[in-house]
Design a protein around this ligand. Sequence first.
Ligand code: AMP
Length: 224
Amino acid sequence: MAHLNLILLGPPGSGKGTQGERLQEDLELPYYATGDILRAAVREGTAIGLEAKEYMDRGDLVPDEVIIGVIAERIASPEAAHGFILDGFPRTLPQAEALEEKLDEISLQIGAVILIDVPDEEIVRRLGGRRVCTEADHVYHVDFNPPEKEGICDIDGSELVTRDDDAPETIRNRLVQYHEKTAPLVDFYEKQALLDRVDGARAPDEVAESIRALVATLSLEEDN
Ligand code: AMP
């Protein structure tokens, strides 16, 4: 199969992580979630982690130049030779432009940008009950997607915790940031006829089914 380069776009808590994990299994492509990458950097205490932490704790976006380097390196790596899935990047217009430039440089193109659409009030409800595992950021929800054993990740057995930035005030700031800085990307990608919308306010299985159907069409187009 040719390159299948996908971007998952949507507000915090729209299910990008949950859907990204499934897509990664289905498509066997590397999955780059900038939030996960940054949280790992914070845990490891790297220079990027130290710089990013204060922004993340406030629910602000980290500076573009910090995150652009992180992604540019990965999409040009050999493991991304058959495509990649991006989650949480780009999140600003300068990031989208930097991505375009980087892809041009290595003669690649974006296959599709999948917007997982969820209204704000649903986001607030979801993020309050979200739990993530300490090992690999696998995502659960106390009511809608509980683990088999309370407080323990089904996949790797690590402890489940509330993310620091899922506190109510921080959630509100993350939504403000999304509407101000990330939502303009909808228009940006719509103009390039790259945007596909999926109703993310449904159950995870239903959303996954819509995304699967969409990706199947893209793969067919690529093969022709
Ligand atoms: P997420 O797990 O995608 O919700 O990301 C968690 C936090 O990481 C965000 O609130 C930002 O502080 C930071 N972050 C993740 N991706 C980006 C990005 N592309 N640009 C700037 N900040 C980001």
